[in-house]
Design a protein around this ligand. Structure first.
Ligand SMILES: NC(=O)c1ccc[n+]([C@@H]2O[C@H](COP(=O)([O-])OP(=O)(O)OC[C@H]3O[C@@H](n4cnc5c(N)ncnc54)[C@H](O)[C@@H]3O)[C@@H](O)[C@H]2O)c1
Length: 432
């Protein structure tokens, strides 16, 4: 029995196809992979396998996602302005170091316009700028601490999904994902910037530093609204951008003048040292609807006084000159500067020069011909002459103001009339 079992076992392991095994030659040891290889070689199976691999490789290459592209550039078409490209820059590697962020934003998540932050966007100039940006189709975030700004200036945008407002002081850092930063946050009238001079210079220095840091971090383009005050009491007339100014560094206006000069320095240093795309505007006296009514600036003062039937107060002899720019002209200039290729600084102002007495006359003509003029002693460090040379902005931005004082003033008067008498009415109602 045992011998029969052994005999059968030998029969089973002897390969039938091997005729040699039937001979007396000893059996060769078989490799374990020999069988699959023989299987593949039989009946052209190897050929089919190779063809299969090639087809799979072709399909994989064709389906490779576009997000592997190394250069990622978003093109934006801006209505009325030439199309330009914004590269998503990140990193801190200095000038020219451009590191691409991840893949493409999936279709449907990406908005068509730009994402723009406007610091000081609830203020006079800022709110008009916000109106234009929203009308253009951009998404706007207003960052404001409401020191001189008012919610009323932007509340017509509440409920618009492309508008956001954050109560925030720019002296503290903030992180936002944006393409452009218009940095306007700073009290602009002497009454307000002298109210807390240390806070004013902190806003100009620390606030500007924070917003430049943000621009560097997220690769946004940064625009600083500087001022004609950087020329101080100018010894050159009209003022060209190359003029370095005549500023008192220890006077009562220095928190603003020197603050803005430092803000310009910081802006240029971030540009040269960290490759941040920057723009600098030097704004000259601007007027229009939504100005603070009692901010001590000459146009708002005269208009409010004439409407309230109070005498128009002229400081000094009234022969000091100013130029007055309507706010829509300024906003156009700021947007052209931001979209253009030039860093600046650019003077943005209306070169039409008026003495304070001439301005008082225009206000009398527009509001009340019987309004009286009252002379008061001049304030400290009040510059005698201020008139922009705007040749550079004309040539490089194709910009110049369009609205003359006699056309712009009635628009402002309409707004002031409504706010002053509206306010008085509501005060009456409250006290009754
Ligand atoms: N209007 C002009 O004639 C004129 C002239 C030269 C320069 N500028 C510059 O233009 C910008 C806007 O001026 P404006 O006339 O609209 O003044 P504004 O006072 O009406 O607006 C300034 C805005 O900044 C906000 N703000 C102030 N400090 C802030 C802070 N620390 N954090 C956050 N928000 C803050 C205010 O609440 C306000 O909404 C200012 O930078 C100003 O220096 C204006």
């Amino acid at each position: 029995m045992a011998s029969e079992l052994i005999h059968r076992y030998h029969d089973e392991i002897r390969p039938e196809s091997n005729p040699v095994s039937d001979s007396d030659k000893p059996l060769k040891p078989q490799l374990p992979i020999a069988k699959p290889i023989r299987y593949l070689l039989n009946e052209q199976r190897l050929l089919f396998l190779v063809i299969g691999i090639v087809i799979a490789a072709l399909i994989f290459t064709a389906a490779k996602p576009a997000s592997y592209n190394h250069r990622q550039t978003d093109a934006f078409q801006i209505s009325g302005l030439k199309s330009y490209q914004i590269e998503n820059r990140v990193g801190h590697g200095g000038v020219g170091s451009v590191v691409r962020t991840g893949g493409k934003v999936p279709l449907g998540l990406k908005s068509k316009g730009l994402r723009i932050v406007v610091t000081g966007g609830a203020g006079f100039v800022g709110s008009h700028l916000v109106d234009r940006l929203i009308a253009r189709g951009d998404s706007v975030i207003v960052v404001d601490n409401f020191f001189t700004g008012r919610k009323e200036n932007v509340m017509h945008h509440f409920g618009n999904p492309r508008f956001e407002m954050i109560r925030h002081d720019v002296v503290e850092p903030i992180l936002l994902e944006v393409d452009q930063i218009y940095h306007l946050a700073c009290p602009a009238s002497p009454v307000h910037y002298k109210f807390n001079p240390v806070k004013t210079i902190k806003t100009n220095v620390v606030g500007t530093l924070n917003m430049l840091g943000l621009a560097k971090r997220v690769g946004a383009r940064f625009l600083l609204t500087s001022t004609s005050e950087v020329y101080g009491d100018p010894l050159q007339h009209p003022q060209v951008e190359t003029y370095w100014g005549n500023v008192n560094p220890i006077g009562v206006r220095s928190c603003y003048d020197e603050g803005k000069r430092t803000a310009e320095t910081l802006t240029m240093d971030y540009h040269r040292g960290a490759g941040v795309e920057v723009r600098i505007a030097r704004i000259f006296n601007t007027y229009g609807p939504r100005m603070c009514i009692d901010d001590g600036r000459v146009v708002s003062n005269f208009v409010a006084q004439a409407l309230r039937k109070e005498p128009l107060t002229v400081y000094g002899d009234g022969k000091q000159t100013r130029s007055f720019q309507y706010v829509s002209d300024l906003v156009e200039g700021l947007m052209r500067l931001m979209e253009g290729e030039h860093v600046g600084p650019f003077n943005l102002g209306n070169p039409g020069e008026f003495t304070m007495l001439e301005l008082a006359q225009v206000v009398q003509e527009t509001i009340d011909p019987n309004a009286k003029i009252e002379f008061r002693p001049n304030t400290e460090d009040d510059p005698h002459k201020r008139k922009p040379d705007i040749s550079k902005a004309k040539e490089q931005l194709g910009w110049e103001p369009k609205v003359p004082l006699r056309k712009g003033l009635p628009l402002m008067v309409q707004d002031f009339r409504q706010r002053i008498f509206g306010d008085l009415k509501s005060e009456d109602t409250n006290t009754a």
